[in-house]
Design a protein around this ligand. Structure first.
Ligand code: NAG
Ligand code: NAG
Ligand code: NAG
Ligand code: NAG
Ligand code: NAG
Ligand code: NAG
Ligand code: NAG
Length: 421
């Protein structure tokens, strides 16, 4: 036990029991709880201080954690109407979009993977879908940023091995370049689906379909059980899969299917949508919530139960409102961090979607105002960089993703509520 843990333990013992009181049926209560958790999360952020870099998080957090964090803050503004963090959020996304507006900032390109880039693109896409306040007029719009990332990733589609798909990493010098995985391909799939819905441009539907068909026929997906595996090695012809189950892979595909179904109204998307949703609920939600699959797509009770569970976990730390991860327990598990705060926030605020002042995500036909640029991001990747620091595929690395367990599921189930009727 470290000194810090001792200190934490002591503060927990001597702290009055603050905790977060949450009534999931009350909009005011949900907003207040979201505000408390958001405040706890933003305490980790110092990128707006003089001398720091907007949009960066301190070690040990990765760049994509920041992308997920600011995406959650766009959702936060959308669900609660609280503008407190908008300036920081706009500045962070603006800065990290980099000179080309495609989330390939010079500082990150040595280590950046397709999944890292797409997490930031999701933040930009979410901003477009909710008319989040935008940047200066001469800067690429939220929509153009998302389109730029899409164009880059479409160019990286690699048919030289395994019949297609995206690699995890962008640069051949990085470990993980040989790994074709669900998060990179699911990210591209979801981005294509959302762009299809927002712009109505058929090119995005075609790419979404192509990406899905490759995935469906690969070892990444079990077409009978709807299991989504983590990835596969293309130097061994993609015949074996790493079967690790991460909920964010499920959440990313669920979201993509919901958007694509909503836009195309094509029933072909319903069996995988329902199948992956079923599998998500049985795989990642404890049996104690198990009798809630009464109706198809009846995931509202799961969001309520999860929000109630997570609020019970947010009674830790010296402030008495720090969130842990053991959502099935009302006793703080002793863990803390950005992952815990942002997963908790995302699930609590997802319960506000039903009563949101803005309703469903906009499209360019239903009030979305972000002006796109279908040719954004047409420059090439910068292959000169790459040896300064290489990541390895370690469980510790991917462990960060584990914190997103209910983030992706929470936000996409919330979003799917609107899109699948
Ligand atoms: C940075 O943002 C926080 C809110 O998250 C704010 O309290 C603080 O004053 C900001 N600092 C600067 C230097 O703007
Ligand atoms: C970003 O790059 C600049 C210039 O090379 C460097 O001074 C700075 O430390 C880098 N910041 C981060 C967070 O990597
Ligand atoms: C997966 O299952 C669906 C529905 O049963 C079927 O239409 C599709 O062809 C299958 N895909 C593959 C690659 O086997
Ligand atoms: C999903 O679960 C529901 C309820 O158990 C069931 O009716 C439905 O057939 C399942 N769908 C698929 C595609 O497995
Ligand atoms: C919560 O769920 C985890 C994983 O299933 C389990 O290890 C843990 O004991 C559970 N905690 C409680 C308090 O039920
Ligand atoms: C549709 O998207 C594609 C790919 O980005 C682009 O080349 C094309 O110009 C777009 N079409 C329209 C009408 O915007
Ligand atoms: C798509 O989403 C909109 C907005 O919530 C909804 O009105 C519409 O019915 C959905 N379409 C389908 C096919 O479910």
């Amino acid at each position: 036990m470290s000194l810090y843990q001792v200190w934490l333990t002591l503060t927990v013992i001597v702290q009055p029991c603050l905790a977060i009181q949450l009534d999931v049926t009350s909009t005011e209560s949900l907003k207040a709880a979201s505000g408390t958790v958001a405040n706890g999360m933003m305490k980790y952020y110092s990128g707006n201080e003089t001398g720091n870099w907007p949009g960066n998080l301190p070690s040990p957090y990765y760049w994509w954690h920041a992308g997920a964090m600011f995406m959650t803050m766009v959702d936060y503004w959308y669900t609660t109407g609280d503008t407190t963090y908008n300036t920081n959020t706009i500045q962070a996304m603006d800065w990290q979009a980099g000179e080309q507006g495609i989330f390939m900032p010079a500082n990150q390109t040595t280590t950046e993977g397709n999944d890292d880039q797409v997490f930031w693109a999701f933040a930009a896409m979410t901003a477009a879908e909710f008319n989040f306040p935008s940047l200066e007029a001469d800067y690429p719009s939220w929509l153009a940023m998302a389109q730029g990332v899409f164009n880059e990733q479409a160019r990286r589609w690699d048919s030289t091995t395994c019949g297609g798909g995206l690699r995890w990493q962008i640069f051949p010098t990085n470990n993980g370049y040989n790994y074709k995985n669900s998060v990179a391909n699911g990210g591209f799939f979801q981005l294509a689906s959302r762009l299809a819905r927002y712009t109505g441009n058929q090119t995005y539907v075609d790419w979404g379909t192509k990406s899905w068909e490759w995935f469906e026929g690969s070892v990444l997906f079990d077409n009978a059980t709807y299991a989504i595996n983590d990835g596969t090695d293309d130097t061994a012809n993609c015949v074996l899969a790493d079967h690790t189950q991460w909920s964010y892979n499920y959440g990313i595909y669920l979201g993509g299917l919901a958007y694509l179904y909503n836009h195309t109204k094509d029933d072909r998307w319903l069996p995988p949508l329902q199948g992956i949703l079923n599998r998500t609920l049985t795989e990642f939600f404890p049996a104690s919530m198990g009798n809630k699959i009464a109706v198809e797509v009846a995931f509202w009770p799961y969001l309520q139960a999860s929000a109630q569970g997570v609020a019970g976990q947010c009674d830790g730390g010296s402030d008495g409102v720090t969130c842990g991860m053991e959502w099935n327990s009302t006793k703080w598990d002793g863990t803390y961090g950005i992952g815990q705060q942002l997963s908790a926030l995302s699930v609590i605020q997802a319960n506000l979607i039903q009563t949101s002042r803005l309703g469903a995500p906009f499209t360019s036909d239903t009030g979305g105002t972000s002006q796109g640029d279908p040719n954004a991001g047409s420059g090439s990747d910068n292959p000169g960089l790459g040896s300064e620091y290489t990541r390895t595929i370690k469980s510790a690395d991917k462990g960060g993703a584990g914190f997103l367990t209910l983030l992706a599921v929470g936000s996409t189930l919330g979003g799917a509520y609107f899109l699948v009727t």
